[in-house]
Write a protein that binds this ligand. Structure first.
Ligand code: ADP
Ligand code: MG
Length: 239
């Protein structure tokens, strides 16, 4: 883990008084959040409360209006657009409600591409992609295009893609929102397993069950502010 400024090495995410405005609308208003390496944090709250905006700030997909966002020791405000894109590819994995796979690439190439974009050779990228698909139980679908995969398989392929570059942080925006309950539970279990082997997670979800099973900490947003933050360590996990 790198740390080239004042962020402690084991702090993967630090949001300080983050405000985000879209025109007259305030999507985030004074959000503070710290995530240490190995943490699993769930963000909950009603539709429109700023969950995706928060994730996009952390991913460097959008910039804060004011306040600071540090990820993996880097102040994101100090990066150009190109710098942000490179930073994201190297250090952040993302999964989405609707998978965001590339329709005209088979599963293996969807996963391998993530590493090829950071300069890994095609041969190495494909080898690691196959290992990940195997670990996630979808190696048999390597040559299948996204349209022919089930929802659960698509999300497994998307998780493999997100893990390709061994990201410091895995971000998930409603990862089970488009899945039937059984596939959703499998993806949930996958995220729990990943966290147990040390993967730092930030998960946005509507689903309290997902949040309490996957996360050690729950952040509840309301109208762009942190309304409540609670530790789930003492609660019995149903996993
Ligand atoms: P959530 O993910 O919790 O449903 P969002 O973060 O998507 O909420 O949105 C928070 C608020 O910011 C909403 O009022 C939404 O309409 C607004 N918003 C989000 N993204 C944009 C955008 N690109 N342009 C304008 N308004 C936006
Ligand atoms: Mg959202």
């Amino acid at each position: 883990m790198t740390s080239d400024n004042d962020t402690a090495p084991q702090t993967v995410v630090r949001l300080h008084d983050v405000r985000k405005e879209y025109g007259d609308a305030v999507a985030l208003d004074g959000v503070r959040l710290e995530i240490a390496a190995g943490d699993a944090v769930a963000v909950m709250g009603p539709s429109g409360c700023g969950k995706s905006t928060l994730l996009n700030m952390v991913a460097g997909l959008d910039r804060a209006t004011s306040g600071s966002v540090h990820v993996h020791g880097q102040d994101l405000a100090g990066l150009s657009e190109t710098g942000l894109a490179l930073f994201r590819r190297r250090h952040i994995g993302m999964i989405f409600q609707f998978f965001n796979l590339i329709d005209d690439l088979p599963a293996l190439d969807n996963v391998a591409l993530a590493a090829q974009l950071t300069g890994t050779s095609a041969r190495h990228a494909r080898r690691r992609a196959l290992e990940l698909l195997d670990e996630l139980g979808v190696a048999g679908r390597r040559d299948t295009y996204p349209a022919a995969l089930s929802g659960g398989e698509r999300q497994r392929v998307a998780v493999a893609r997100a893990l390709m570059n061994r990201p410091a942080l895995l971000l998930a925006d409603e990862p089970t929102g488009a899945l039937d309950s059984r596939s959703g539970e499998q993806v949930m279990d996958l995220l729990i397993d990943l966290n147990q082997i040390g993967q730092t997670l930030l998960i946005v979800t509507h689903d309290r069950d997902l949040a309490t099973r996957c996360a050690s900490r729950l952040v509840e947003l309301a109208d762009g502010r942190v309304a409540r933050e609670s530790s789930l360590d003492d609660l019995e996990r149903s996993a």
